[in-house]
Design a protein around this ligand. Structure first.
Ligand code: ARG
Length: 424
């Protein structure tokens, strides 16, 4: 049996980290996977503490929550709460992200949206069940530890945190040995034995990320088995399909003319995009903790809804609003990416996003074909567009072409003067 001595617990560096002697009852964020299952046993043994589990449903596909709950109880949890938080996630986290066109680098935020909600629920359930400590399964190398711990430390200064994967000295092999020793069932992955490491996956209804294995080799092109959600574009249908998304005040409300609740709309859009191979992003990210890491993302709903929203927003906003908002969008995404969901600047920015989006209503058509999603039609009652003004055929009305030379003379005045000074 692997050695897991108490001296493996490292000294604490942050005020919110738990003092082992004071850990009595732990709220564990439980996924049912290897890390958190080993953790469930290990916390009971190592800290002599009771464990309450919390599993949060954010719309990650293919989970059997009854199995997860049974497994937790079998491994000694006092109780395992399974919370369906899809509505709250869609309305309070995804909708603001759509209004802010939230991209970090080239990919739509989704893990960064899920973590603050998961951690907020952990705080609520920890308080409700009299836990003194929250445990999560993040490593010490990622952004997720930042998002979860910053949330707990912000919302619940009385609660402490432990992150066993960050401190225990076990690699995957030792975790498997520990699991065998303690009768913890181990799932095998993609038809392979448990010794084959799976991809490290996080997903919710707004996206899915895979890390690890060959993805760490930057020279290695994606293998098809990583795509569990999106059809590889080569195998997508030969016929294109146009989807129409209707928005009201920046929020998508109907798909192809059918009004849907937000969760259902996000799920149905994801299905259609996935079928057409839309939303694969192979991305090197600059993590908050300093590392550069490659991720493969599958974001079929976001790859349709974000471009549709941005297009509509550009149509109803002026040139000045459009230029200004892009910078605020980037700032919003960076704060959220970096785990500062509760930072007041995010709320300040949201007030701006809300105000701009009051006019973002209308319908955008997007053509999907073998991995591509391209806007093809637009209509909005708030559109700052007038076909008769823009047309090449017509002149007159509000727009006088004969006024243009005067405009050009004045508009280019400083640039012309400077060019002459520097070049003559
Ligand atoms: N790198 C992405 C981010 O920081 C996704 C992280 C996914 N998390 C995971 N445990 N696989 O937002």
């Amino acid at each position: 049996m692997p050695e897991l001595p108490s001296q493996a617990l490292p000294p604490r560096t942050a005020s919110y980290e738990a003092d082992p002697a004071e850990v009595r009852r732990v709220l564990l964020l439980y996924s049912g996977g290897l890390d958190t299952s080993v953790m469930l046993k290990w916390i009971q043994d190592e800290y002599g503490a009771e464990v309450v589990c919390l599993t949060v449903n954010l719309g990650q596909p293919g989970e059997d929550y009854a199995v997860i709950e049974d497994k937790a109880l079998q491994l000694g949890a006092l109780k395992c709460f399974v919370v369906d938080a899809r509505e709250q996630f869609a309305w309070d986290y995804v909708a603001p992200a759509i209004k802010a066109n939230a991209l970090y680098g080239d990919y739509p935020l989704f893990t960064a949206l899920g973590r603050p909600l998961i951690a907020k629920l952990a705080v609520e359930y920890a308080r409700m069940t009299d836990c003194d400590t929250i445990a999560h399964g993040c490593t010490g190398k990622g952004n997720d530890q930042v998002r979860i711990e910053a949330t707990v430390a912000t919302l619940a200064p009385e609660l402490k945190v432990i992150a066993p994967v960050r401190s225990w000295q076990m690699g995957r092999e030792q975790e498997i040995a520990y699991a065998r020793e303690h009768g913890i069932p181990i799932k095998s992955h993609a038809g392979q034995g448990p010794e084959t490491a799976p991809y490290s996956i996080d997903d919710n209804l707004w996206g899915r990320s895979s890390e690890g294995r060959w993805i760490e080799d930057l020279g290695h092109a994606p293998e098809d088995d990583v795509f569990q959600l999106v059809t590889p574009p080569e195998r997508a249908p030969e016929e294109s399909e146009v989807v129409e998304i209707e928005f009201e005040r920046g929020v998508p409300v109907a798909l192809n003319g059918e009004r849907l609740g937000l969760v259902e709309l996000l799920e149905r859009t994801a299905e259609i995009g996935a079928r057409h191979g839309v939303g694969i992003v192979d991305h090197i990210e600059d993590r908050i903790v300093g590392l550069k890491v490659r991720d493969i993302y599958e974001v079929p709903a976001a790859a349709i809804l974000l471009p549709a929203h941005r297009e509509l927003e550009r149509l109803v906003c002026t040139i000045h609003q459009n230029q200004f908002k892009a910078g605020l969008d980037r700032q919003w995404a960076y704060l959220v990416y970096a785990g500062l969901w509760w930072e007041p600047l995010r709320a300040d920015l949201d007030a701006y996003m809300e105000h701009v989006n009051e006019h973002v209503s209308g319908t955008i058509g997007i053509k999907l074909y073998k991995g591509h999603a391209r806007v093809v039609t637009r209509s909005s009652p708030g559109s700052v567009y007038d076909a008769s003004l823009a047309s090449f055929a017509e002149s007159g009305g509000l727009f006088s072409q004969t006024a243009s030379p005067g405009f050009i003379e004045l508009f280019s005045l400083q640039s012309r003067m400077a060019w002459r000074l520097h070049n003559e």
